[in-house]
Design a protein around this ligand. Structure first.
Ligand code: HPA
Ligand code: ZN
Length: 348
């Protein structure tokens, strides 16, 4: 399409990364719950927190691995009780997303984190759904929901929550698999994912964040995942990288998350440049932005600042990949890609 990427200087990159239209495909909406909102909801709902103040809670956000994060993340989610709470949480995210030129978002939510505490699944799904509807009406953001099963719980528990969610089937487009990865391989959820595919749901799965490349293979072969969330450990298996590239299986990569959870020692050592160079449909996402030190644009800007291999061409490719990887119709995708071309042509 004739964009001259070499004419775009490094000094232009931060502004361009922020202004370019993009889709976010890997955000746990419970991971967008900021400490201030946690305290507000705790007070509103009479929930006792283990931390005396916003500052004390934020100070606890020093993680050594995925599990050390999950323990605090589930504690934070304990303040969510009513439909209004789920609405308020998602609305706070959409207000940020609108300012980041996110034109499309696919939000993960963890119903079992709430139903296990006695929250009705209707409150979870309708609260989030109404926020998605309003984001479209007010900001023009297209938004959909992906229901995630908690992999540290049993497959029977996943099947049970799926049944509970089915009266609200029209409000979510797919299912995913999250929580503690090691020791909980994708094949543990073969039956529930088969049932979801029969129901016409899209299927994604976290794999290869902390778990080995074999988990990525079984997410593809057993679960038939259409996208892999994280997936960065594929680089340990060159044949797998080739397969992901050949089959154009997208990876939803989350750079700040990977550093905060010690998957990489620093952004400078992140493998995103290698994934792009191998021709993978890699995308950049925020995962749990309230916990990992930045929303989507901070992920882009900080990652590009740390990695000289990433320039305007890669910025364009990542935004384009986010549209290719999203579960939208061809017309919406083409419209956003056209706008992306316009923004880069104007910058060059
Ligand atoms: N990995 C697995 N489970 C999660 C994550 C993650 O990064 N964030 C929220 N639940
Ligand atoms: Zn995640």
């Amino acid at each position: 399409m004739g964009i001259d990427f070499d004419r775009i200087g490094r000094d232009q990159l931060p502004a361009l990364l922020r202004v370019m239209p993009k889709a976010e495909l890997h955000i746990h909406i419970e991971g967008s719950l900021e400490p201030e909102l946690i305290f507000k909801l705790a007070e509103r709902n009479g929930v006792k927190l283990a931390y005396p103040s916003v500052e004390a809670l934020r100070a606890a956000y020093a993680f050594t691995d995925l599990q050390s994060f999950l323990d605090i993340y589930y504690a934070g989610a304990s303040v969510l009780l009513k439909e209004q709470d789920f609405f308020d949480m998602a609305w706070a995210y959409f207000e940020k997303a609108a300012g980041e030129n996110i034109v499309h978002a696919e939000l993960f939510f963890d119903p079992q984190t709430h139903t296990e505490r006695g929250v009705p699944i209707e409150a979870v799904i309708l609260g989030l759904h109404h926020a998605c509807r309003r984001a479209h009406a007010e900001f023009g953001i297209s938004a959909s929901l992906i229901l995630c099963f908690l992999r540290h719980l049993s497959e029977d528990a996943a099947l049970a929550v799926l049944e509970q969610a089915l009266p609200y089937r029209e409000y979510f487009i797919g299912v995913g698999l999250d929580s503690s990865e090691r020791g909980h391989p994708p094949e543990k959820f073969a039956r529930v994912f088969a049932r979801c595919r029969e129901l016409g749901l899209h299927v994604v799965a976290h794999a290869g964040e902390e778990g080995p490349p074999e988990y990525i293979r079984s997410a593809l072969d057993v679960l038939k995942a259409e996208r892999i969330d994280h997936g960065v450990r594929c680089v340990e298996d060159p044949a797998l990288v080739q397969r992901l590239a050949a089959e154009r299986v997208p990876l939803t990569v989350c750079p700040l998350s990977n550093v905060k959870l010690c998957v990489y020692p620093s952004l400078a050592e992140h493998q995103l440049p290698a994934l792009l160079a191998a021709g993978l449909v890699a995308t950049v996402n925020s995962d749990d932005p309230a916990y990992f030190g930045g929303y989507l644009n901070d992920n882009f800007v900080q990652t590009f600042a740390a990695l000289p291999q990433l320039g305007a061409r890669e910025a364009y490719q990542l935004a384009r990949n986010s549209f290719e990887a999203s579960f939208v119709d061809a017309a919406a995708r083409a419209g956003w890609q056209h706008e992306l071309d316009r923004v880069f042509s104007a910058a060059a």
